[in-house]
Ligand binder design. Sequence first.
Ligand code: PLP
Length: 456
Amino acid sequence: MGARARLAFDEVLLAGLAGDGGLYVPEHVPKLPEDTRLGAGELSYAELAARIMAPYVGGAVDDDDLAELVADAYAAFDHPDVCPLVALDDDHWLLELFHGPTFAFKDVALQVVARLFDHELERRDDRATIVAATSGDTGSAAMEAVAGRDRLDIVVLHPAGRTSEIQRRQMTTLDASNVHAVAVDGTFDDCQDLVKAMFGDEPFRTESRLAAVNSINWARVAAQIVYYVWAARLLSDERPVTFCVPTGNFGNVLAGHYARRMGLPIGRLLIASNTNDILSRLVETGELAAHGVTPTLSPSMDIQISSNLERLLFELFDGDGAATAALLGRFRAEGRAGLSAEQHRRIRAEFAGDRLDDPETLDVMGRVHAGSQMLIDPHTAVGVGVAQRCRRPQELVVSLATAHPAKFPEAVARATGRTPEPPPALAAVADRPERCTSLPNRVDAVKDFVRSVRRD
Ligand SMILES: *Cc1c(COP(=O)(O)O)cnc(C)c1O
């Protein structure tokens, strides 16, 4: 960003994945293709995705290959609409993003990104080893997306004993020889430090062809733009749509911002936070202020500073990379940094937000169940609760449902007295044998493991 070079999509795909720093933004945001506009005729989800992603992929993958790759990615989703829209109450809809293989919204992008990656490596006759740390959902979604891909291996580190049973089993029961779950004797931060240390070791990184699939990868954002357009097309209402997004790393809501820049008529983007509310506070106050991370019922949103926010700040500084870096440097050093009044005004023109704590989240889950018999997961509930609070009269609102309720059965049961029925593929992880390697919290041990599983 800023001083960094201009790159073609294939280079961004690999560069964004090659270090853990590269934060690229498209130089030019394309307008929505004519045939994807509202009312321009029916398209399947996969057809829409191929058309919307094509201008970003820009020649790195030809249109037919892209269409095929995207169709293949979404064929495994357990709903024909891929991301179905369900009525919640008057003018308030839920967009279900959890019909992929791991039942959380990360699948929507990662299923495509792993295939793009494999395709590009095929073209280059090369291979890569993805290394990642996870506290929950991203690890299993990345492993599931990479399972069986010819040119990729993946090693995912999780803190031993600190993920939920379901999350661990989703990682350890995959039946594919190129995916590897590692339980590290340490915390999530230790796992992240190990990954950083591996990326920081240039000879090891080159020798092992290390790659990352973290949420700052631009291809993930591009794939997530699609469902905003999809929902608006399904509604085909005259009113612009306001989206409410349960937010952690800002990747999901950033995709909404790009959908708007591509010309989608979006009303407001509502940033829904749990107790870790640095982003909704930013919108409210114009200041980034660190408060530390508190564990909540919606763990995938327990994030302090979201890396994707840098992309929005870069726009607010009108593309001045040095000024963006200075603000973030100040924030890291002092725990707070403020926007100018003009920048704050620009954020507020587009975004609003609020937060729900755990009791409020449980209350929303209970009320939704009482009103409509629907079970929703705690992340989704944070979004629904914020949407209900922020809604204006006559506003058309879509809340993004980011995880299947059966991924968080304890919270759902606490809120509603009912245990959600797991989809068959999720129920199956309870019976399959686990495969997991336990390693000490030492970088040499993890490096040896990566060397031992890599296929050359
Ligand atoms: C990752 C995740 C989020 C947060 O999404 P961001 O793109 O990080 O803002 C919300 N809900 C669930 C279930 C997730 O897995």
